[in-house]
Design a protein around this ligand. Structure first.
Ligand SMILES: NC(=O)c1ccc[n+]([C@@H]2O[C@H](COP(=O)([O-])OP(=O)(O)OC[C@H]3O[C@@H](n4cnc5c(N)ncnc54)[C@H](O)[C@@H]3O)[C@@H](O)[C@H]2O)c1
Length: 387
């Protein structure tokens, strides 16, 4: 499977809102160059040509797939097209990085995984938040049992737009949080309940409230909306030892660890004496080496191609997300009923090993200038694109 060339030639399919970020990131890597891109819209291709004159353009992605110079393709087209384009690319012998969600059907996602294996090609899914330095740090703290037993997750991902016409807010935005929950838990949920409301369009939910139920009782709640006045990207994790709060749009304090909680009094005689003791101690701000997750994702994709060793989320993780989306859709169609996930083979993770995470957090440093050996000095904020 490995590519012997020192530079991997990349083609990007889909040059709308997100595709150009991949063009930029893979053009800036020493180990890759973007030589072609495809989109159905001529105007978008013109814009790419102006910005990247050396990149050839086409509105027929199959022509790009028959170009033997291209080793790998990035697929950044609408969700409904992912499966067919991924299949065509793998059959043409290309390595594939496909945007999230891999596809809406878990059966199809699993089939794509088998196809990639049969063709000995990489199939990586753009679950970009597993490359987010704050989420990696949070996972390391959870693995180290710093938060204790986990009780629940609460994620909020809102903004005013962009409103999509092909998938609802859960498929579009909630996919990220499902991925994060599975990554932090190291397994997929056993049941899901969801409600949503179609406001701007008749059949597409603009706002969704979804609860993931894990086997040990841990709950994960996701509130997503593109009809909200504020851009919020937060996750609160409650454990029996500590609590954590991650805020992706906070330029300074991306992750906070609260030494807060409750405990039963050791001894009491009557109900009148019974009172939970509140523990309200320090708040810790871990030093986070901020990196651009899209760059880390691209690095992992190139590493996976060159070494042949899995370096990030693949079809298995994509299928796990699709199973949640399928169950959530079923739940929404049944008034928010709890729907079990029929095929839940247990652990989906870790998609990146714990030891690798620590290395990654240490070495994927770009643009930080502070002393990051203590938890008190904050790295200089680095601005990166984030959905
Ligand atoms: N990881 C993230 O944070 C993130 C952020 C935004 C979008 N995305 C994902 O990226 C994908 C694209 O999203 P977007 O916002 O750029 O959508 P978009 O609608 O702005 O762009 C999609 C582009 O794909 C093109 N396209 C459609 N069918 C095609 C085909 N057969 N051949 C060539 N081009 C074709 C369209 O013309 C369009 O320009 C989606 O899967 C979305 O979920 C991921």
């Amino acid at each position: 499977m490995s590519v012997n060339r020192s530079v991997i030639n990349v083609g990007v399919i889909g040059c709308g809102h997100w595709g150009p970020n991949h063009i930029r990131v893979f053009s800036e890597q020493d180990r890759s160059r973007v030589i072609a891109c495809a989109d159905l819209k001529e105007g978008l291709l013109e814009r790419i040509k102006q910005r990247f004159p050396s990149i050839s353009t086409t509105n027929d992605y199959t022509a790009m797939l028959s170009d033997d110079r291209i080793d790998a393709v990035i697929i950044a087209t609408p969700t409904g097209t992912h499966a067919a384009i991924t299949r065509d690319a793998l059959m043409a012998g290309k390595h594939v990085l496909v945007e999230k969600p891999l596809c809406p059907s878990s059966t199809e996602a699993e089939a794509l995984g088998r196809l990639a294996q049969a063709h000995d090609r990489v199939l990586m899914v753009g679950h970009v938040f597993v490359f987010n330095a704050g989420i990696i740090e949070l996972r390391n703290r959870i693995i180290a049992k710093e938060l204790g037993r986990l009780h629940y997750f609460d994620a909020v991902r809102t903004n005013l737009g962009p409103i999509r016409g092909d998938v609802n807010a859960l498929y579009d935005l909630g996919t990220h949080d499902i991925t994060i929950f599975n990554y932090l838990m190291g397994e997929e949920p056993v049941a899901v309940s969801a409600t949503g409301r179609c406001i701007t369009q008749t059949d597409i939910e603009d706002v969704c409230f979804t609860t993931l139920h894990y086997a040990d009782g841990t709950l994960g709640h996701i509130h997503v909306s593109w009809l909200n006045p504020r851009k919020i990207r937060t996750l609160t994790v409650i454990g029996d030892k500590k609590m954590a709060h991650w805020d992706d749009v906070d330029p300074n304090d991306m992750l906070r660890l609260y030494d807060k909680g409750v405990q039963e009094p050791p001894y009491y005689d009557s109900f009148g004496e019974f009172n939970y003791l509140l523990r309200n101690a320090d708040v810790q701000l871990p030093a986070i080496h901020r990196t651009e997750p899209l760059i880390s994702q691209a690095t992992a994709f190139l590493d996976w191609i060159t070494t042949g060793n899995q370096q990030g989320p693949g079809a298995k993780e994509g299928a796990a997300v699709a199973r949640v989306l399928e169950a959530a859709t079923q739940s929404m169609n049944n008034g928010g009923a709890i729907c079990s996930i029929s095929h839940s083979p247990g652990r989906v993770g870790p998609v990146v090993s714990a030891s690798m995470d620590v290395v990654a957090a240490r070495t994927w440093v770009r643009g930080t200038e502070a002393d990051t050996t203590t938890g008190t000095t904050m790295p200089a904020p680095t601005h990166y694109v984030s959905e």
